[in-house]
Design a protein around this ligand. Structure first.
Ligand code: C2E
Ligand code: CA
Ligand code: CA
Length: 397
């Protein structure tokens, strides 16, 4: 450990730093021991004895203020200095809430020290540091407020599903719908999934939310299916990595389908390549269980991952959804066109069907039809809308 770092050696009785010194590093004790000293009425007293493997000097390192104690070697001691730069780089990557809480705690700690002893323990922070902390505080507060709202949103019935048609290219009829999550946030209005799903994933709420989504899509299905124009319609529901990694996905899906008298062949589950790559073996097991139930599977955002269809051949995937990053520029970019064309051909050769995402124009629709693509999804056919709006727009009377 710590091979690359320089050591500092202190003789017995030697001072390492004293109260009020500037502090730009912490220390890890590699050999020996040190005492941490405070002073009252001019007299020093020991508050802690630290030995091998322990750390000190971290307070000033993190809060950019002077040292709050004096530290002296009790015997000949070898220390590994840990620089502020290193710690700050790690802190910058940490959760802003934790980083902010750490600074709040250190601030309180310093206030107590000042009350009991030395006024010199606080110096004004630089403008740069002040701005950095204000930005961090803003970020932490925003994230906390969002997490707080999210935790409450399920029980307050603030989530909704919007449904977007997926059309069969050959006759333009609706083959199914994709369920897309929305959050009717009391302060921010209607929020899109990319603005809150990342946080749900971090807080563990994503599993409950995943169940809610499945439940709601199955509950809505009888009404929704009346708006489809083909004989074997489906509803697509997105799965998250946490749902797949959980123990009970197949059982949960089965229970929900039974509760809502839903035919398994009418439920399609969408997942991305990254979800599979994160849990390759669990994925194989769970996905097989789901297809054994009779559900079908779609590989979402195809083309944006790394492994390509070859690696995914062992998974029971029936549909690939070509990401709109390739569909949208297809008419201007020969490269995108080639990616879409070869994805369609490869999927067909493996017995899969293809949905092209992000179809916004008739020109794109026509080109996809020419390439032999099976289905299209996008604004050209209709944007995601609420269930009553689906019924109003698409119901066949
Ligand atoms: P996705 O699964 O790729 O969903 C398609 C996204 O493309 C949707 O965004 C949809 O509104 C948008 N879109 C559809 N047609 C067009 C078009 O023609 N042009 C453009 N520019 N965009 C179009 P949305 O609803 O914001 O969802 C974003 C992502 O959030 C989804 O991407 C999906 O990964 C995730 N998501 C949505 N609902 C759920 C859910 O219930 N569970 C999970 N785990 N993820 C969800
Ligand atoms: Ca999707
Ligand atoms: Ca997609």
């Amino acid at each position: 450990m710590f091979d690359e770092l320089d050591r500092e050696i202190f003789k017995r009785g030697q001072q390492i730093f004293k109260v009020g010194d500037p502090g730009d590093c912490a220390y890890l004790i590699e050999e020996g021991s040190v005492e941490v000293l405070n002073s009252r009425h001019g007299r020093e007293y020991r508050i802690r004895l630290l030995g091998k493997g322990e750390m000190f000097g971290e307070v000033a390192l993190i809060d950019h203020q002077p040292r709050t104690a004096t530290v002296r070697a009790v015997e000949d001691t070898v220390l590994v200095p840990i620089s502020r730069k290193l710690v700050e780089e790690l802190l910058a990557k940490s959760d802003p809430i934790l980083h902010h809480l750490l600074l709040v705690i250190l601030d309180r700690f310093r206030d107590e020290k000042i009350l009991s002893a030395d006024q010199s323990l606080r110096v004004p922070v630089s403008h740069e540091e002040y701005d950095r902390r204000k930005a961090l505080e803003g970020e932490a507060t925003h994230k906390l407020a969002l997490a707080h709202g999210l935790a409450r949103a399920l029980s307050h019935d603030e989530f909704q599903l919007h449904y977007q048609p997926i059309c069969r290219l050959s006759d333009g009829r609706i083959a199914g719908f994709e369920a897309l999550l929305r959050w009717q946030n009391p302060t921010n209005g209607l929020m899109q999934p990319l603005d809150f799903l990342w946080l749900a994933e971090q807080t563990g709420l994503v599993r409950d939310l995943g169940l809610w989504t499945l439940e709601r899509a199955c509950r809505d299905w009888p009404q929704l299916r009346q708006s489809a124009g083909v004989t074997a319609p489906f509803v697509s529901v997105n799965l998250s990595a946490a749902q797949l990694a959980g123990e009970s996905l197949a059982k949960d899906v089965k229970d929900i389908m039974v509760r809502h008298h839903m035919a398994a062949s009418e439920l399609k589950l969408e997942l991305t390549e990254t979800v599979i790559i994160e849990h390759p073996d669990i994925a194989l097991q769970v996905l097989t269980e789901l297809t054994n139930l009779g559900c079908s599977l779609a590989l979402d955002d195809f083309g944006t991952g790394y492994s390509g269809l070859g690696h995914l051949q062992r998974y029971p995937i029936g549909t690939i959804k070509v990401d709109r990053a390739f569909t949208t520029p297809m008419l201007e970019s020969a490269q995108s066109l080639e990616i879409v064309r070869s994805s369609i051909d490869l999927a067909h050769s493996l017995g899969m069907n293809v949905v092209a995402e992000g179809v916004e124009t008739k020109a794109l629709h026509d080109k996809l039809l020419e390439l032999g693509c099976d289905f299209g999804q996008g604004w050209y056919y209709g944007e995601p809308v609420s269930l009553p709006e689906v019924t109003r727009r698409y119901s066949v009377v």
